[in-house]
Design a protein around this ligand. Structure first.
Ligand SMILES: C[S@@+](CC[C@H](N)C(=O)[O-])C[C@H]1O[C@@H](n2cnc3c(N)ncnc32)[C@H](O)[C@@H]1O
Length: 444
C-alpha cells in the first residue's frame, strides 16, 4: 500500500524567522502562511523541509541554519531539541523575559483589556523543580526514563536535567536501574512522579505492570539506600498502595506541615510556591475577615491565608481535601479553617453562598474556571485573587468578571515553567461599587 503524502510534501524552502510563537517555536511567513520551526529565533535564516500542517500553516524541520538572529544563544542543556521538556532554551534572557510577559499582554488585549495591567515578570530560576513526572518505558533490557519527545510518545533519556533540583537529578539513574526489575519482565510503561520533601523523596509509580515480590523487595531496598520517605505504586486511576514508608513526606504551607497524598498536585518548585503565596497575600484587602480558597489543593494558600482570616477551602480531589482537613485539625491555625469537597465545574459555589464574604482566591487547572467566574461575577465579593497557569483562560475568565462589575487592578506573571511556553499569573480584581465607596470615603 502506498503511504499517503503529508501536507507540506517535504518541500525544501529558504526562510527567515520573524517572530517567536506562543509555544516557543520560530515563525516565518511562506506564501502568506505561517511556518513553525522548533529551536529557531527571529532573525534566523535557514533552509527547512515542510513536514506537515499546523495552525493554518506548516511545520518544518531545519536542514541548514545559515545565519543566527541576534538573540539566538547556545542552549544550556544537552537534551535541548529532542526533549519535549523545554522549547525555549535558545533565547537571550532579556528577549525571553519580554516574550513571556508579552504572552500575558496579548492574551488580555485579545479580550479587550489594555495590557497596562501587567506587572513585571517574576522569574523562577532553573534547577529548582522539586516535582517531576517522568515517563518510563522498557525497551528490551534497557529502560528509558525522562520526558517525552516533542509531539511523540518516545521517551528521551534524561541524564542531567537543568530544570530539576540536584536531589531529583541524582535519583534518575538509580531509578532507571530499579525500573529494570519493575517494568522489564512485562516490557511495560509507567509514569513516575518524584517529589522532593524535607524527609526525602516521595515517589509514585503508576503502571499496568504487576508488582511481584521481587519488585516489592527491590523498592524497599531502593527506599533504604536512597533515603526515600515514601514509595507508592498504583495501577492507572486506582488508589496508590504505599510499598515503603520510611518517613512522612510533609510539605510546608506557611507554618503548617501537610502530608499530601501520593503523587499530589504541588507547585513545581518551593521558590514558585513562595512567589505565588507572596503575591496572593500581597493582594489581600486590609480589612479582611473571611476568604474562600477555591481549587485549594492540599492547602498551599489556605494555611498562609489562615494567618489573616477565616478560610473556607473548596477542592474537587477528595484525597487532597482530606490531607488539608487533617493538617488543619493537627495544627492550631490563627483563624478557623473549614473545607468542602466539591466539583467547582459542575457545582460552582454560588453568588448566594458567597454573600457577605470579603475575598475569594481561586487557582483552577489550565482549563480555567468559567462556571465559577460566572457565579463570582454576580457576587458581592469585594476582592478576587485569581491564580492561573494559563493566560488565555485567565483572560477569558477575567472578561466574565469585568462584565459582572469588577476591575482588573493588576496581574503579575510568574515564570514557574522556565524554558517552556507555560506561564503562571496572579491577578487581582476589585468590585467597582466597592472601589467607588472607597473613593467616596477618600473624597470626604
Ligand atoms: C492548579 S491546582 C491548584 C491547587 C492549589 N491551589 C495549590 O496551589 O497547590 C488546581 C486544583 O484544582 C483541583 N480541581 C481540578 N478540577 C476541579 C474541579 N472540577 N472542581 C474542584 N477542584 C478541581 C485540582 O485537584 C487541583 O488541586
Amino acid at each position: 500500500m502506498r503511504r499517503k503524502a503529508r501536507r507540506g510534501g517535504g518541500k525544501q524552502i529558504e526562510i527567515q524567522i520573524d517572530t517567536l510563537g506562543a509555544r516557543g517555536d520560530g515563525v516565518a511567513d511562506y506564501e502568506g502562511r505561517p511556518v513553525y520551526v522548533p529551536m529557531t529565533m527571529p532573525g534566523d535564516k535557514l533552509r527547512v523541509k515542510l513536514v506537515g500542517e499546523r495552525s493554518g500553516g506548516f511545520k518544518a524541520d531545519i536542514l541548514e541554519l545559515q545565519e543566527l538572529g541576534a538573540n539566538h544563544v547556545e542552549p544550556p542543556c544537552e537534551h535541548f531539541g529532542p526533549c519535549g521538556g523545554c522549547n525555549v532554551q535558545h533565547v537571550a534572557s532579556d528577549f525571553y523575559r519580554k516574550w513571556k510577559r508579552d504572552a500575558v499582554v496579548q492574551a488580555l488585549t485579545r479580550k479587550g483589556f489594555s495590557g497596562g495591567e501587567v506587572a513585571d515578570l517574576v522569574q523562577i530560576d532553573a534547577g529548582t523543580r522539586r516535582r517531576a513526572v517522568f515517563a518510563a518505558a522498557a525497551r528490551g533490557k534497557k529502560i528509558d526514563l525522562g520526558f517525552h519527545e516533542r509531539e511523540s510518545h518516545k521517551v528521551v533519556n534524561v541524564v542531567d536535567c537543568k530544570l530539576l533540583t540536584s536531589e531529583l537529578n541524582q535519583l534518575v539513574e538509580p531509578l532507571r536501574e530499579l525500573l529494570k526489575v519493575l517494568l522489564g519482565p512485562e516490557q511495560a510503561k509507567a509514569d513516575v512522579t518524584v517529589i522532593g520533601s524535607s524527609a526525602g523523596p516521595d515517589i509514585l509509580i503508576v503502571t499496568d505492570a504487576k508488582l511481584v515480590l521481587e519488585g516489592r523487595e527491590a523498592i524497599t531496598a531502593f527506599a533504604d539506600k536512597h533515603s526515600v520517605a515514601r514509595f507508592a505504586w498504583s495501577r492507572p486511576k486506582q488508589e496508590p498502595e504505599p510499598v515503603a514508608i520510611r518517613d512522612n513526606p510533609y510539605q510546608k504551607f506557611g507554618d503548617v506541615q501537610v502530608l499530601p497524598p501520593e503523587g499530589a498536585f504541588l507547585q513545581p518548585s518551593q521558590e514558585g510556591q513562595d512567589a505565588l503565596t507572596d503575591l496572593v497575600l500581597g493582594y489581600l484587602p486590609e480589612e479582611l475577615e473571611t476568604v474562600a480558597d477555591l481549587f485549594s489543593g492540599c492547602g498551599t494558600f489556605t494555611f498562609p491565608l489562615s494567618k489573616r482570616a477565616q478560610v473556607h477551602a473548596v477542592e474537587g480531589d477528595e484525597r487532597a481535601i482530606t490531607a488539608l482537613t487533617s493538617a488543619s485539625r493537627r495544627n492550631d491555625t490563627l483563624h478557623r479553617i473549614t473545607s468542602d469537597c466539591r466539583d467547582l465545574v459542575k457545582d460552582p459555589v454560588t453568588a448566594d453562598e458567597l454573600q457577605g464574604g470579603d475575598c475569594v482566591v481561586l487557582d483552577p487547572p489550565r482549563t480555567g474556571a468559567k462556571e465559577q467566574c460566572s457565579e463570582l461575577a454576580q457576587s458581592d465579593i469585594k476582592t478576587i485573587i485569581y491564580v492561573s497557569c494559563n493566560p488565555n483562560t485567565f483572560a477569558r475568565d477575567a472578561r466574565i468578571l469585568v462584565e459582572g462589575g469588577y476591575t482588573l487592578k493588576e496581574v503579575t506573571p510568574v515564570d514557574q515553567f522556565i524554558w517552556s511556553g507555560h506561564l503562571e499569573v496572579v491577578g487581582c480584581f476589585e468590585l467597582d461599587d466597592f472601589m467607588d465607596d472607597e473613593n467616596d470615603e477618600q473624597d470626604l
